[in-house]
Design a protein around this ligand. Structure first.
Ligand SMILES: Nc1nc2c(c(=O)[nH]1)N[C@H]1C(S)=C(S)[C@@H](COP(=O)(O)OP(=O)(O)OC[C@H]3O[C@@H](n4cnc5c(N)ncnc54)[C@H](O)[C@@H]3O)O[C@H]1N2
Ligand code: MOO
Length: 404
């Protein structure tokens, strides 16, 4: 039996970042940038006003001085009016400061105040002498032309995308989202919403995985549910594509474990137990074209745990992320329970402030009943630990929105 870390290493050795593609900014949210993007110009681009007011020459603009307004400069103007002695230009926030001016006097610091009309006044009186350069945002004071606006490896969120736009980029080279197909197997499975007859249950693994795949920043290429029939599964398997194929069920030793029967030895796919609870029976490998194939055990909690420990990090690696795992925290156990000395135990749990309460599956009268709908974390107990006591510090992996 191999350890969780050994299985992860095998998976991650096959999960190299997908070749970058050029995408428009509007389609780049959440992607990982594959190149340094440089500022095409200084930022700000030109000396511009940080206030609505008057562009003045310092020499003229003393307390009580009357200045003649010779130009009107809205944002977007191309004008660069000359200013002679005793002259000023009305200027709005963001407009280029005339070359002749060396300060801006805000509207409030003039006799006319903020009552700005569509046409500028002929004369204004300065109420307070401005400091040199007052309210002028200087060209390049944030970034120089040619400097790195966003570095390779950055994850493109709102700040990074707006920086790219300011830098003059319309498209970027980024690693694409991995495309994922999901095949749930089991003759007992019916579509959600159907009425099960004896022996049947609603299919939920592909529902869980579809959401988790998209939460992890990947795209769905196809989702299928098939009965435990080797020929049907073969056809389903041949019909799907993607960078990753995830199958659930049929990975163990049962008489109808068709996934293992069909895929063991296909490409580099092998099956074997991993020292974890739940999620022990695992199959993994790659096809000749590099597609990653995960064969997860069918139990819904086993699927959730396997996704978090193996599939999600692989999807992140394919998408070019350096950080593959969610951060873990340490919290106090809200109850006591047993673990297995020889297996890593991963339990769905409710994290509530400083305490974490796992969902225990022993079914005893004292086991806390935890609704799957309230799960917001996993508790991870390493191999070698047999008893967890109430109050013990335990490792917790909070599940949350990917952008948090
Ligand atoms: N004799 C042994 N039996 C089992 C062993 C073993 O070592 N020896 N291992 C057990 C462990 S651990 C696990 S985990 C399961 C894994 O079995 P499979 O991967 O073959 O999964 P299935 O039998 O297909 O399903 C298990 C369970 O989960 C339900 N299920 C499956 N798919 C779905 C789905 N898409 N949606 C909702 N529920 C699903 C299924 O009905 C079963 O109840 O094997 C043990 N057995
Ligand atoms: O892998 Mo199983 O029961 O350990 O879910």
């Amino acid at each position: 039996m191999i350890t969780v870390d050994q299985h992860r290493s095998r998976v991650l050795a096959s999960a190299r970042a997908l070749s970058p593609v050029r995408v428009p900014l509007a389609a780049a949210r959440g992607l990982v940038l594959a190149e340094d993007v440089l500022n095409r110009w200084p930022i700000p681009l030109f000396d511009n006003s940080a206030m609505d007011g008057y562009a003045v020459r310092l020499f003229d603009a003393t307390e009580g001085s009357r200045l003649r307004v010779v130009a009107d400069l809205p944002a977007g103007t191309e004008l660069d009016p000359p200013l002679g002695p005793g002259e000023a230009a009305r200027i709005m926030t963001g407009a280029p400061v005339p070359t002749a001016a060396d300060a801006v006097v805000p509207l409030e610091r003039t006799d006319l105040g903020t009552a700005a009309g569509p046409t500028p006044p002929e004369w204004i009186t300065v109420l307070q002498k401005p400091a040199p350069g007052a309210h002028i945002r200087r060209a390049g004071e944030e970034s120089a032309a040619g400097s790195v606006a966003v570095p390779a490896g950055a994850v493109l969120g709102p700040w990074q995308l707006s920086a790219l736009a300011s830098a003059g980029a319309a498209t970027v080279l980024a690693h694409p989202r991995p495309r994922v197909s999901i095949i749930a197997t089991g003759s007992e499975l019916i579509a959600p919403g159907g009425t099960p007859r004896r022996g049947q249950i609603p299919e939920s693994n592909s529902v869980h995985l579809s959401a988790a795949v998209q939460d992890a920043g990947a795209d769905l290429a196809g989702v299928l549910t098939v009965h435990d029939d080797e020929e049907t599964l073969r056809r389903a398997f041949d019909s799907v594509d993607g960078d990753v194929i995830i199958l659930t069920g049929g990975a163990s030793v049962g008489a109808f474990d068709v996934v293992k029967a069909l895929l063991n030895g296909h490409g580099s796919i092998t099956f074997g137990p991993v020292a974890m609870q739940p999620g022990k029976p695992q199959g993994f490998g790659t096809l000749d074209d590099g597609t990653l194939v995960f064969c997860l055990p069918g139990t819904p909690v086993g699927v959730a745990v396997s996704f978090e420990l193996f599939v999600r990090p692989a999807l992140r690696a394919l998408a070019g992320h350096q950080e593959l795992d969610r951060p873990r925290v340490v919290r106090a156990a809200a109850t006591s329970w047993h673990s297995s000395r020889h297996r890593t135990q991963i339990l769905p749990a409710v994290l509530d402030g400083e305490e974490v309460r796992p969902s225990l599956r022993h079914g005893g009268p004292d086991d806390p009943k935890i609704s799957p709908a309230s799960v917001n974390a996993f508790v991870i107990i390493p191999e070698g630990v047999e008893e967890v006591h109430e109050g013990d510090p335990v490792s917790v992996l909070p599940l949350g929105p990917e952008w948090a």
